[in-house]
Design a binder for this molecule. Structure first.
Ligand SMILES: C[S@@+](CC[C@H](N)C(=O)[O-])C[C@H]1O[C@@H](n2cnc3c(N)ncnc32)[C@H](O)[C@@H]1O
Length: 210
């Protein structure tokens, strides 16, 4: 059954698509330039906002745990004409074979999963040895900063409900660096976005190979 917070986040993400494109479009255009005909698994595709950034001739699999998102994703699949297979399930247990995927994509998802370490291990399992994990994630600010103090408190505020379980204080780069061999990761701060994005300004963007 769909939770109320899943309906709320689906609405928020849909309404925020223009802002999200403004904030991440440049980075996504560079990062999501995957090879033609490759098999791409995107975990937590949300409303399907990333579909327009891929080349059309790929085989895309979306694994989304919020059933409320599927209608939005299906509209984008039709619009982009991508060969797509949408699965409802969790990235904590990816229903795909070992070494079967060319690229796994995650944008703003590892903040929301229950156990990011399990998810990163699952990503590694399904990637081919030549495969790549491509990610953009918002992450914890440095310890001792005012923002980090606020990030640490969000679990006890309505943030948790309205973001459907997003944890802004995760040091996600540490998990990726621990699990993968060749990791290229860059930390950066969102430049725009105003008041509502202040808490999630610290980001990482990168690629990893197993
Ligand atoms: C903040 S949204 C980001 C959506 C999209 N990737 C984007 O960049 O706009 C996080 C998404 O991850 C999904 N998600 C959370 N936990 C998940 C899990 N364990 N497995 C698959 N998807 C998950 C949520 O339902 C939501 O669609």
């Amino acid at each position: 059954m769909t939770r109320l917070s899943q309906k709320v986040i689906s609405w928020i993400l849909l309404k925020g698509e223009n802002l999200e494109d403004e904030l991440y479009g440049f980075e996504k255009n560079m990062l999501l330039d995957v090879k033609p005909k490759s098999k791409v698994l995107e975990i937590g595709p949300g409303t399907g906002i990333n579909l327009k950034y891929y080349p059309k001739n790929i085989n895309w699999i979306g694994l989304e745990s919020n059933p409320e998102m599927s209608k939005h994703i299906k509209i984008k699949i039709r619009k982009q004409g991508i060969n797509a297979n949408l699965l409802n399930g969790s990235a904590e247990k990816i229903p795909l074979k070992n070494n079967s995927i060319d690229y796994v994509i995650s944008t703003l998802v590892l903040c929301s999963v229950n156990n990011p370490l399990n998810v990163v291990k699952e990503i590694k399992r399904v990637l081919k040895s030549s495969g790549k994990f491509l990610f953009i994630e918002h992450v914890a600010d440095e310890k001792g900063t005012f923002r980090r103090v606020i990030q640490n408190m969000t679990n006890y505020t309505p943030w948790r409900f309205f973001s459907d379980g997003c944890h802004p204080n995760r040091e996600t780069w540490k998990i990726i660096e621990h699990e993968f061999k060749n990791v290229e990761v860059k930390k950066y701060f969102l430049k725009n976005g105003g008041f509502f994005t202040w808490i999630v300004k610290p980001h990482i963007i990168g690629k990893a190979e197993k």
